[in-house]
Design a protein around this ligand. Sequence first.
Ligand code: G4P
Length: 534
Amino acid sequence: MLDTAQNRPDLPPEVARRRTFAIISHPDAGKTTLTEKFLLFGGAIQMAGQVRAKGEARRTRSDFMQMEKDRGISVSASAMSFDFGPYRYNLVDTPGHSDFSEDTYRTLTAVDAAVMVIDGAKGVESQTQKLFEVCRLRDLPILTFCNKMDRESRDTFEIIDEIQEMLAIDVTPASWPIGQGRDFVGCYDILRDRLELMDRADRNRVAESIKIDGLDDPKLAEHVPANLIDQLREELEMARELLPALDPQAVLEGHMTPIWFGSAINSFGVKELMDGIGNYGPEPQPQSATPRQIAPDETKVSGFVFKVQANMDPKHRDRVAFVRMASGHFKRGMKLTHVRSKKPMAISNPVLFLASDRELADEAWAGDIIGIPNHGQLRIGDTLTEGEALRVTGIPSFAPELLQTCRAGDPMKAKHLEKALMQFAEEGAAKVFKPAFGSGFIVGVVGALQFEVLASRIELEYGLPVRFEASQFTSARWVAGDKQAVDKFTAANKQHIAHDNDGDVVYLTRLQWDIDRIERDYPDVKLSATKEMM
Ligand code: G4P
């Protein structure tokens, strides 16, 4: 029997033990270090220090290019699986940079929970707050890890208050730090009445936890200086009065976050957090889809693509589609229906991702992430099923906030450029619009850094120097409505019309005024800043 807070005894045990989550944090809070320790304790790596792909946010352009060279590593770091205790954890990496918000959003559609990592000295920082808001939109359960407690940190109540205030979520302490900075000795595990002591001598080792019988147990004094025991008693009493007790249901509903204190670099508090994700984090959740929702305990296999990574190996031009399994028991070699094209696809070499290795996935259950190498058939938002025409919903594509015209350095290479751009569009790295009038392509991104990254990738992967130039347009909106209305609209606004890589009609402009006018003049046409991927 799993020690779980769930109430779904009907789930197959292999599904019930899966926990699929992402880490959200501000750059430098310790996401990479924590990931490394997860993998270390999960037995996926032998030594800490192997997860080389760092948070994208910290990369300068040259780091980014290096990462491109190390693509194998960055890709294997995109989704990682490991076992710990009775659970199978699937950790999906969120791109860290604010430039990548759309990709991040889509990543969060593939997980059932998020671990929020904050720096104990800094509290809730801007990027954490943004990512938290995205989780909130999806009511994702959130578990919090307050890192770097081995250093001077803020007062524990102050940290908890800040999270409650800034993020409007109840916070319940799962552990309580004892001492501060250099005097930090460890934590009191509130959920299990245990003393967890930090071993400063060996960063990869975890000191044994000491079972104690409440705060009056004389064993406390053997391990903790008297002044810190007094302080701990006082603080815990206050915490009991002022802070809510753990309510597993509220955690699952995303209204409450349990917080663990620790130090990732010292491997401290990490196992407790892992247990916490297992015990209080959600099992694989139902997936919204049309015409009906998909339940994780259905016997038929289904899954959806939330990320595509192209050119992982420049020699082979392969792509890997990252698929989140939504239901069933997938076995290697299975034939699944690619719902968009209605064509069958034999999934003969799916991969599972371990920290430093890709492995063939012989099987996968709801909750798992597998990679499917393909030649471009699989796109973000695609659904795979055993035949039923289900389409997973809720994976949006946002209108880009920055538009530029992209031209090939050599005008004879326009066709090559089109191919390269389409590839990146399918990967979700950029939006590509082909104007109905004029030459060139208009490329839209969410953050300015992406233009540079794209230019470098096109040159590196396609041997094609390109330049990005200011475009006359600044906004893009997808055009929807019945065919007649859309045709009438496009005929009258040809100078502003383009098609995206799926062939859908897009309206480009530089004036909000234009958008308002169209809403007034063409009531049958809807301009939209997001499009559901399908
Ligand atoms: P990120 O992925 O969230 O950006 O953070 P990362 O894990 O890279 O950690 C950022 C910095 O914080 C790293 O130091 C890392 O060693 C340090 N760090 C992580 N966890 C702890 C902790 O528990 N205590 C302390 N004191 N530091 C911690 P760096 O000097 O920037 O990089 P590096 O030279 O150690 O790689």
